[in-house]
Design a protein around this ligand. Structure first.
Ligand SMILES: *Cc1c(COP(=O)(O)O)cnc(C)c1O
Length: 356
């Protein structure tokens, strides 16, 4: 087949990126290993422990429980599953802001729980008063997002944790995308900042691990015990993951990515991305575009449909939020030069459209 992998030089909206070279090398070495069967494949299992420990360090947890999942979707689903199984209610409800990732809709469908979405405030963040009004005796899980997919917003995590606690519900933080930016900001978002039970942080996004590498973390081992099933034919006796056979490449890649980049390279990436987001915001505003002021490095702005189509025709990979803004995610591969080239395209299509 004559297919070539996507080049990243015009990819603006994706949350995937070029893997770190050390992570790509490690992934190739462990292609055939199955971390789902740790007694048969002990070395990749040891790498997984290393990766989970590193993710624990990043998220304020000394003795983390968790594993390298297929992605944020699986990690979020497992958080809902644990909450459902540990809940007192027979009719468990997940309460989350409307800004929550669509993976929670899948989790609710698969697990047969109700997803109750609560409108965000006018800055696209979870509104604690509205969330407090939405929880009740059936609430099994409250979700906060630390770095929303559409606007890069960070919910008020400590306030949401208190609401969950008062409702006797578990509390999950989805930092799938934001988790490798947040350590270098002053946001409160992780296990050490609030009573967080479970957390999603994806090495295969800003962490620059090769796909598939999501991160599922729990404050205590009891959460994993609640998820574990017996495994008669394997050398180990129980398995808490959703997948059976898993990618050794994903696990080894995540371990190597974390080893190579935490904390210095991740800090540098964050600072570069934040500066790029600020400069892009200014450049767009100078040109008269309406831009949502970024928090984490993700820039959403109003772009009329003809211009949106025209820049896409020039090869720029650009997508929209649910409410229609074009969104540019300042991922590690998104350089200042690339953004300047994008602005040139934008200027050219605008001149073309106005007939000047
Ligand atoms: C990307 C993302 C997910 C889903 O992760 P996948 O790895 O695509 O399954 C979940 N939550 C947030 C906030 C995300 O940005």
């Amino acid at each position: 087949m004559d297919a070539t992998p996507q080049e990243f030089d015009r990819v603006l909206s994706s949350m995937c990126t070029r893997p770190h070279p050390a992570a790509a090398r490690a992934a190739r070495r462990f292609l055939a290993d199955n971390p789902g069967d740790p007694a048969t494949y002990p070395d990749v299992a040891a790498l997984e422990e290393r990766a989970v420990d590193a993710l624990g360090t990043i998220t304020g947890l000394d003795d983390p429980a968790g594993y390298v999942a297929g992605g944020g979707t699986e990690a979020n689903l497992q958080a809902v599953r644990a909450a459902r199984d540990l809940a007192a209610s027979d009719d468990p409800v997940v309460v989350a802001p409307t800004s929550v990732h669509f993976s929670f809709q899948k989790a609710a469908d698969v697990l047969g729980v109700t997803l109750r979405l609560v409108p965000t405030d006018d800055d696209h963040r979870a509104d604690p008063d509205a969330v407090a009004a939405a929880v009740d005796d059936d609430t099994a899980l409250v979700v906060g997002v630390a770095g929303t997919t559409e606007f890069g917003r960070v919910d008020p995590i400590p306030a949401l944790a208190r609401i969950a606690d008062e409702a006797d519900a578990r509390f999950h933080v989805d930092a799938a995308w934001g988790g490798f930016h947040l350590p270098f900001t002053d946001h409160d978002w992780h296990f050490d900042h609030a009573a967080v039970d479970t957390l999603t942080i994806d090495p295969h996004k800003v962490g620059r691990a090769p796909i598939p590498a999501g991160g599922f973390l729990a404050r205590d081992g009891a959460t994993l015990d609640a998820l574990a099933v017996e495994t008669p034919y394997l050398e180990t006796t129980a398995q808490a993951t959703l997948a059976g056979t898993r990618s050794g490449a994903g696990v080894a890649g995540a371990a190597a990515a974390l080893d190579a980049q935490w904390p210095d390279e991740y800090r540098e990436n964050h600072e570069r991305a934040a500066a790029n987001a600020t400069s892009l915001t200014e450049s767009l505003r100078d040109r008269g575009y309406d831009v949502v002021t970024p928090d984490l490095p993700l820039v959403a702005f109003d772009l009329p449909e003809p211009a949106f189509e025209a820049v896409r025709e020039e090869g720029w990979r650009l997508s929209r939020t649910g409410s229609g803004e074009a969104r540019i995610v300042c991922m590690p591969h998104v350089t200042r030069a690339m953004l300047e080239s994008f602005l040139e395209t934008l200027d050219a299509v605008r001149v073309g459209a106005s007939g000047r």
